[in-house]
Design a protein around this ligand. Sequence first.
Ligand SMILES: Cc1ncc(C[n+]2csc(CCOP(=O)(O)OP(=O)(O)O)c2C)c(N)n1
Ligand SMILES: [Mg+2]
Length: 573
Amino acid sequence: MVRMMGKHAMVEMLRLEGVEYVFGNPGTTELPLIDALQDAPDIKYVLTLFEGVAAGMADGWARIKQKPAFMNFHISVGVSNSIAVMYNSWRGGTPMVITAGQSHSSLQLHEPTLYSNMVNVMREYTKWSGEIVSPQDIPSILRRAFKIASTPPTGPVFLSVAWDAFTGEAEMDLRPSINDYYGIRPDLGAIGKASSVLGHAERPIIIIGDRVAQSSGAPYYVSKIAEQLGAAVFATSYSEVHISNSHPHYMGTFDVSWLHSATQRRLNEADVILAIGTDILTSSIPIPEPALGDKVQVVHVDSSEWAIQRSFPAVVGLWSDIRSGLDDLTSALDAEMSGSQKLAARQRCKLVVKEQIRRRERIDNRLLKRWNNSPMSPERFAYELRNALPPGVLICDDSITNRSTLLDTLEFDVPGTLVGGRGGSLGFGMGATLGMKLAAPDRPVIGIIGDGTAMYTIQSLWTAANYNIPVVYVFCNNGSYKVLKENMARYLTGTERKSTYLGMDFYDTPIDFVKQANAYGLEGIRVEDPTRLGPALDQALATGRPYVLDVIIDDQFNEIDIQEAWGEWWARK
Ligand SMILES: Cc1ncc(C[n+]2csc(CCOP(=O)(O)OP(=O)(O)O)c2C)c(N)n1
Ligand SMILES: [Mg+2]
């Protein structure tokens, strides 16, 4: 035990928990902590000019480091500002500890300026939300916060810290959390049931989601079990490398928000669906038929007990660490599948490879059809970018409508090389790109960001310039909230109505990202000719400074294609 002030105990605990950065924006109630951090140069305070920037940075940092990031915001209002971006971390399960200074405990009932019950507010968006009022609780409650954030399913934790907890003195037990006991194995009986159901499956498919890559080593087992079962793999979200995207069994992502009738058909062709680390189908729009019919048997492997049987029934649940669960399941399948079952699985592998060849042909044809579009098409953009990427690059993907094309075109073979937006809230990628670079300073880091999402947290350019964080931002400047236009077209399917796409473009006042960069002393290049993208990227990376590429991309889309696909639902009603 050591006697010290709460603020000093907080700094000591941060050090012990491996915190290298405090991403934040300060106010008066945080001053004791800021004062203590002044004497801790090994823990760097990174000032952001909007809390959403810090939340993005923390998310990107935590996902590359695979450990909790730390943030400090101002009471009530600062914390509220962070929520929109932090929502993504909550939905996606990024480990992080968020703190804010709270009024002195003796004042709280008198509702001082800026006071509110932050614990209540943050309870909605975190795994746990609590308040420290006594200095002696700082070590144990911080330890708890880091433990909860890093226990699978990982996620954000919030701590409100009263002024007197920072400024009072106490005997402190300074010991960090431990996190080496999470590799829990699934129930043995459930493994037996799962291998029997999967072994007998004739048309199995696999769906994967955000929690796969959060279990170190799990992506390897996803490929292994896909080959073992002869199953195609679809992602409900490919925000990280859950399986190499060039694996022949990987068929891309479903649009889970607007569930397509073709997706529903493909899912219901299966007799067994193996769901791994995913929420099963979170459609934003009601669809006329259930996403999964009652003939499909679901075997669900997940670290989240909440996700298993959340909306759809499962025949077997394997609640475990995902890598450990898949390790046990692949061994059990190997031992229990009969010779004829293994042979049938090998035959299915051949069909999967054929399905993959057809998928690749569709991707190539789309590129060829739109090769000469002006402004450049998303397909041409992705093609040119792929050819220009430096070795060892880390990509932050917040590219919204360009995302599916990018993920079909760029190669992501190594876990930890992609950090994609998840959760649906805009503004994530600007900060996340910076956080990734701080986590991996020796790797080139490129953020591919939609013009709309960029503008929610454009102040990130200041933080990039101020700390000289040499990332390259590649803005997909299509002058639109294109995804909303596409969704409007879907919404109006089957009607005669033409949308004016009210509030969905920046045509009258175009956004110039090079000028935005210049405002902070940064340089940038506007890229209109696709053949200039590669040279511009080389130039950007060579400067060793934050750099902006403002890439002008086509925002047009084929309403009829979209409406025909969506109209199938009406035809089937
Ligand atoms: C904080 C927040 N506000 C509003 C939205 C609604 N929204 C979803 S996508 C989108 C437009 C995205 O535009 P952009 O980043 O330019 O990508 P594009 O669709 O053009 O590819 C909007 C406004 C949201 N998801 N999050
Ligand atoms: Mg846009």
